[in-house]
Design a protein around this ligand. Sequence first.
Ligand code: EPU
Length: 421
Amino acid sequence: MDSIIVRGNGELNGQIPIAGAKNACLTLMPATLLSEEPLTLTNAPRLSDIRTMTELLSSLGAEVSTLQDGKVLAMSSHNLDNHVADYDIVRKMRASNLVLGPMLARLGQAVVSLPGGCAIGTRPMDLHEKGLMALGAEIELKEGYLHAKVPGGLKGAVIDLDFPSVGATENIMMAATLAKGTTVLNNAAREPEIVDLATCLRSMDAQIDGDGTSRIEIQGVDRLHGATHPVVTDRIELGTYMLAPAICGGEVECLGGSISLVGSFCEKLDAAGIHVEETANGLKVARRGGRVKAVDVVTEPFPGFPTDLQAQMMALMCTAEGTSVLEEKIFENRFMHAPELMRMGANIEVHGGTATVHGVERLKGAPVMATDLRASVSLILAAMAAEGETIVNRVYHLDRGYERVEEKLGNLGAHIERVQS
Ligand code: EPU
């Protein structure tokens, strides 16, 4: 198992390229199942989660070719010969459940293993199920698998989501593209990844309106066609690397970033005293001078502050001047990074979904354990500003969502290396 060793060493400066979004790519890939014609994605990120989705789609009979060093995914689902998404693949990655809607729509049946809980929470699929059932699907849980079928074919319906779930919005949206009639999805998720999926589906000739708002309307069509689509920029990788100069000092330009992807996050950076400006190529972030100021954060669905940046923001708050309160409202157990940051000298109290961080002058390097994807990167951010050496163990979590992290941060001047233990 690999570990990452970081030696804290002052300011970071330079440019950092931001990849295509993991969470967009993981929903765009299953969209290939909706059509017999090829779907090609460009600007794909090189990540282990993308390889897991490739494995899953291949197991269903889709062909997935990885071109241009992984940046292009050429997919074709003309010959689907399996409708069972096996537990052994699904358990590795929850986003595997995004094949449910497309398979139902295309094949009229799907058997998908329930992903189960994960480190950050229980993460049920009830909203996906309710939405697909409103479109006419019959769904039964048998031996850990959701068995879904649509005897009379999918039919458009009005669906009111109890919560704007990203995955449920994506699954329902994909299924509805091939349903008979009109589907209206109220209280839909508004994340940029939803807009990216809708844009891709439209280029496959789907009829979708309202993406990016809480009301999405989909007019079903008989078939979808082939398309080529560029994956939207990864707003979470963007926010993560914007925090690198915020924590360590210096000035970094994140290439490909824009404020529209990270508006509420930028407001918090501004309140903390970090300078962010839009440039021709992306976003330039600088911390000049002293310590950042403590700010309070509440995670919310987009356009609110993203839960996927909460751990990294906590790393920044560890050395802020004053006390900050971080409230996690999306997942019930997403503070596993707190005890690890405390090993590095952070002063944090966690009560339920609230973490209170009393800023300290400086963190100190320590051996720490990565518990999930965003927790791992928060430890790396903290380590780059800490005194001495930090060893981050279990970094396979990191490779799920950050490509070439040592190379990207190393180019900014960070002392970071991967070792095999
Ligand atoms: N929820 C339910 N029932 C459902 C679906 C969701 O109760 O049927 C709950 C979840 O348990 C959770 C909340 O609703 O408490 C939000 O879940 P949502 O469905 O919105 O999230 P997701 O689709 O499972 C995606 C991202 C996550 C990101 C969340 C929230 C992908 C592949 N994953 O998950 O990304 O945190 O949206 O923005 O798109 C990450 O990248 O580190 C990550 C966890």
